[in-house]
Design a protein around this ligand. Structure first.
Ligand SMILES: C[S@@+](CC[C@H](N)C(=O)[O-])C[C@H]1O[C@@H](n2cnc3c(N)ncnc32)[C@H](O)[C@@H]1O
Length: 288
């Protein structure tokens, strides 16, 4: 990916997310998804993504992430934060800003750009409600020490009541936090990179750690080394987290003739976003 220019940032602004952060939900239809097959730029980008899949990633994503060393430039980090906002809309995030939410986990946080979006969303909600805030700790955990380092370098708390913390950890091995430690957990693009037995283990761990709500975003298209799981919401439900919302959406605004991503970072893939709530949340007394 090349260094984004001011024009590239302007192009993203035209996607309209400032007015409607959930614009991707209305943009998607199954009929449009089928039309991607006749979209040359999408097909080319898809072919390139398949051909460029790193063999080490396809072989073993866990070892790939554990050993990767990839510092990220601040301009790219900021561009990707905004670019990904299209397909990671803040579905259910209003509950993160509610008084009483004191701990949020971003599991598989990567470079922390989406963790930053969560913090900015909460601070923005508080500001627009003229509310002083509630002490909130947002913890990003990732297998990749290099990505955790990127997150520590670039992410900043937008509010005096919000603490951002990043640590290295393996969701398959389990995290050193008690049951229901976090009010809410996000897993953005985590399950798609896990093979089946790891995905089951991480679903168990994520739901063990979470008291109230889970937000997932995951790929639904097939790629080498990536596993689409259209039934993730059902798998959460069997673990006591009932789907409140589930949406399918494109990775970028739909256009028939190609991609609207100025840097052509990805094909026009289809993803799912799920927000699920605990059917029988623990009481405050049980947790503290
Ligand atoms: C597709 S990236 C998504 C990163 C980030 N959530 C985002 O939206 O930019 C998947 C991330 O999951 C992390 N990951 C993979 N396996 C993991 C595990 N067992 N425990 C914790 N993180 C893991 C990877 O290191 C990688 O940063």
């Amino acid at each position: 990916m090349q260094i984004p220019t001011a024009d590239d940032f302007d192009a993203l602004t035209e996607w309209g997310l400032v007015d409607d952060p959930c614009a991707a939900l209305d943009d998607y239809s199954t009929e449009r998804a089928a039309r991607r097959a006749s979209n040359d730029r999408h097909r080319r980008a898809r072919r390139e993504q398949v051909e460029n899949a790193a063999p080490a990633f396809v072989e073993d994503s866990q070892s790939y992430y554990r050993t990767m060393d990839r510092p990220i430039d601040r301009t790219k980090w900021t561009y990707l934060k905004r670019r990904k906002a299209w397909f990671q809309p803040p579905v259910g995030w209003g509950t993160f800003a509610a008084p009483g939410t004191s701990r949020i986990l971003d599991l598989g946080c990567g470079d922390g750009d989406q963790t930053q979006r969560v913090a900015d969303f909460v601070a923005g909600r508080w500001l627009s409600a003229d509310y002083d805030g509630y002490p909130l700790e947002i913890v990003g955990v990732d297998l990749s020490a290099s990505r955790v380092e990127n997150a520590r370098r670039h992410a900043r708390s937008p509010h005096e009541k919000i603490t951002l913390r990043f640590e290295t950890g393996d969701a398959v091995d389990g995290l050193d936090y008690g049951d229901d430690f976090f009010d809410h957990t996000l897993a953005i693009g985590l399950f798609e990179v896990l093979r089946d037995e790891h995905a089951e283990t991480v679903l168990d761990e994520l739901t063990r750690l979470t008291a109230h709500g889970v937000y997932l975003r995951d790929l639904l298209d097939d790629y080498p080394g990536l596993t689409p799981r259209p039934d993730l919401a059902d798998r959460l439900a069997t673990r006591g987290f009932d789907p409140v919302e589930r949406h399918e959406l494109f990775e970028e605004p739909f256009v028939d003739e190609g991609t609207r991503d100025p840097l052509g970072v990805w094909p026009m893939n289809v993803h799912q976003v799920v927000f699920a709530a605990a059917s029988d949340p623990p009481t405050h007394a049980d947790r503290y």
